[in-house]
Ligand binder design. Structure first.
Ligand code: B12
Length: 427
């Protein structure tokens, strides 16, 4: 968007060391630095970079953005450590406004440099200062007891391109997210008829065109790994057993007391407890007095998308780059939905009205829920490591970095809760 508005952008890339930014600064005349934080970990890197830049006496204006960035993080952690101007940009158009102001200021500093943008005008949520007391475990009302489903196997299973029909996966693509969030086709006050026409004449044809392009270029190279592991819950902990546990696939899952089996646990997920009622922790949805089943998944669309995106970027085809990128990431989400549907089918918990084949799409209102580490009910990213240890996606080229980013980019992991009362909440 910046390039399309006449600004020159030097892309230093993804997961770039500060040194590479500094190299560009030393060799080129630059007017601003932009950093994007998709994951919370990357916002921490932003702060570290600002600190180092400040210690070097750099005051070049900085533009910050990205899904994981919040106004309070910018105000409380970034602005105080950096002397130069900092713009908190919530969307791509904020960049254009910020850059135009920087340009005017550089031409005539007497006009001053206003760094306030839309995101700075929003009222900041005031922090509750009252001490919140989470009641002891015994006093927290647990979800109701449910039948524990029997998985068709224990351990993992892998589906590749041959088993994952591209058209079927596309059925699971959330078109709303793709068209509105990634491609920017928002209704924004447009009359319903006009928006419908836009979708029919422009957006859906673009969708079909890119879909064909993906097939033609062989970009879709999926891996879908899912598996079932015996677990027990113990307050905020979910104890996970592995292959050595002596699994028994039948309705009479192990009912030995927790104390007798606790020593066999190979891994533990520790979930935070919600501060307000009903004080939920994800472990509450699993059985305490007998073995329960934990489904896990790890999906990836492969690395061909990123390669093609690089090519488009290098050829200055920014619009196409953005369209393809959006499609690729929504395909990752779609694969995660396919895995979840497969799990509902395997566990026999798919509801009567959603249909019983992978082609029967239902993007919400189903039994149970899918959670990913890093999302509000389980914000810590570290336990992703355990999912990797159990599902071993490295064998298919999917890796987890030290900062818990997954490579290829269009990949995601999840844990599934089969309990019918499972809902999404913030801790
Ligand atoms: C789509 C999506 C995915 C996709 C694609 C991710 C990707 N690589 O692009 C998939 C399904 C692959 C995915 C996976 C994961 N995701 Co995700 N994902 C999202 C989601 C829903 C949308 C992000 C997005 O693409 N938005 C559209 C783009 C265009 O918007 P944007 O990034 O915000 O950028 C705009 C502005 O911020 C601004 N901007 C951005 N950068 C910059 C930079 C500058 C300089 C400026 C000026 C402006 C600017 O301009 C942009 C255009 O308007 C967000 C939640 C959300 N609603 O934002 C979570 C989110 C980013 N994901 C999250 C998480 C946790 C994950 C996973 C770790 C989950 C997991 N355990 O598997 C993985 C990690 C994947 C990996 N490779 O490591 C968290 C990150 C927070 C955290 N805890 O770190 C988020 C924020 C969800 C949440 N918790 O609410 N995810």
């Amino acid at each position: 968007i910046l390039s399309n508005n006449g600004f020159k952008v030097i892309n230093v890339g993804i997961k770039t060391e500060l040194e590479e930014y500094l190299d560009v600064m030393r060799t080129k005349e630059i007017h601003a630095i932009g950093m994007s934080g998709l994951l919370v970990k990357s916002t921490q890197v932003m702060k570290d970079n600002l600190e180092t830049m400040a210690s070097m006496g750099i005051t070049t204006p900085v533009l910050l953005g990205g899904a994981a960035l919040t106004r309070s993080f910018v105000d409380d952690f970034c602005r105080p450590i950096y002397k130069g101007a900092i713009f908190y940009c919530r969307d791509a158009f904020d960049w254009v406004i910020a850059m135009s102001r920087i340009e005017k200021y550089n031409a005539d500093p007497s006009v001053g440099l206003d760094t306030r943008l839309g995101g700075d005008m929003v009222e900041r949520a005031t922090k509750e200062v009252i001490d919140i007391v989470i009641p002891p475990f015994e006093e927290i009302k647990m979800p109701s007891e449910v039948r524990i489903p029997t998985p068709p196997f224990w351990g993992r299973r892998v589906l590749r391109k041959e088993q994952l029909d591209f058209d079927m996966v596309c059925e699971w693509v959330n078109k709303r997210s793709l068209f509105k969030m990634h491609w920017g086709y928002k209704r924004a006050g447009m009359p319903v008829d006009e928006y419908k026409k836009l979708l029919e004449t422009k957006v859906y044809p673009a969708y079909e065109r890119i879909k064909n392009e993906i097939v033609k270029r062989g970009l879709f190279d999926p891996t879908l790994i899912y598996g079932y592991y015996p677990v027990r819950s113990s307050d905020q902990e979910l104890l996970i057993f592995d292959e050595s546990y002596g699994w028994n696939i039948d309705e009479n899952a192990n009912r030995q007391p927790l104390d007798d089996v606790i020593g066999n646990a190979k891994y533990v997920f520790e979930f935070p407890r919600q501060r307000k009622a009903p004080h939920r922790a994800l472990s509450d949805f699993f059985a305490h007095t007998r073995d329960d089943v934990l489904p896990l998944s790890c999906v990836s669309v492969g690395d061909k998308f990123s390669e093609y995106e690089k090519e488009l970027y290098a050829n200055n085809e920014y619009l196409e780059y953005n369209m393809v990128h959006g499609f690729g990431v929504e395909l990752a989400e779609a694969l995660a939905e396919v895995a979840h549907k497969q799990i509902r089918l395997d566990l026999n918990i798919a509801s009567d009205d959603e249909g019983f084949s992978l082609r029967d799409v239902r993007l919400n209102r189903y039994a149970g829920a899918r959670y990913s580490f890093g999302y509000p009910a389980c914000p810590d990213l570290e336990p992703s490591r355990i999912i990797f240890d159990l599902l071993r996606p490295e064998e298919f080229g999917i890796t987890l970095s030290e900062t818990y980013q997954i490579h290829p980019e269009q990949s995601t992991t999840a844990l599934v809760v089969h309990h019918k009362e499972a809902t999404y909440y913030n801790i």
